[in-house]
Design a binder for this molecule. Structure first.
Ligand code: SF4
Length: 169
């Protein structure tokens, strides 16, 4: 995908976060291909799983794209921190928007304990230290923090990601 647009001023601080998702939304972000060079002229990518393994979400982020639903206590803590530190939060893709595939486990009649036992043979009282501490139900992003924009799709296409980013000034 080739996009030629004039630089935005000032540069915005961009972050992307991967909560409980399959990484497909980040793959779609990477599918911006050559447009990533244009993106780099306009945004500073200050936090992203595609750029570094830095765990601590930074202060002073202008735009944060969030892939994935909120399925664990770690996800919840990250969602709250990114909200505190970001001017605009974007739910990127259907998992962040409504739970989508990630929330299928909510359908188990015996809840989280039943799902753990059936899928991994791990009783709920023995999951600590074995699995991340999961929430009883998978939640969409807007259930735990305020969301400013949504980009539906599984995943949303790179053109739509670019259109959103290009509109942010
Ligand atoms: Fe993966 Fe689709 Fe969820 Fe994105 S919305 S994380 S592509 S399942």
């Amino acid at each position: 995908m080739t996009v030629a647009l004039p630089p935005l001023e000032p540069r915005l601080r961009l972050a992307t976060v991967w909560l409980a998702g399959c990484s497909g939304c980040h793959m779609s972000f990477l599918d911006l291909d050559e447009a990533l060079f244009t993106l780099a002229e306009r945004f500073d990518l200050v936090h992203s799983p595609v750029a570094s393994d830095r765990k601590r979400f930074p202060e002073g982020v202008d735009v944060c794209l969030v892939e994935g639903a909120v399925a664990s206590e770690d996800n919840l803590a990250m969602a709250r921190r990114l909200r505190r530190c970001s001017r605009l939060v974007v739910a990127l893709g259907d998992c962040a928007l409504n739970g989508n595939v990630t929330a299928l486990r909510n359908q188990h009649p015996d809840g989280l304990a039943g799902m753990l036992q059936r899928c991994w043979g791990v009783p709920a009282d023995r999951r600590d230290g074995v699995l991340p501490r999961l929430l009883e139900r998978v939640l969409p992003l807007h259930a735990v923090i305020r969301v400013d924009h949504v980009l539906p799709g599984c995943p949303p296409g790179p053109e739509r990601i670019w259109t959103l980013l290009e509109s942010l000034r």
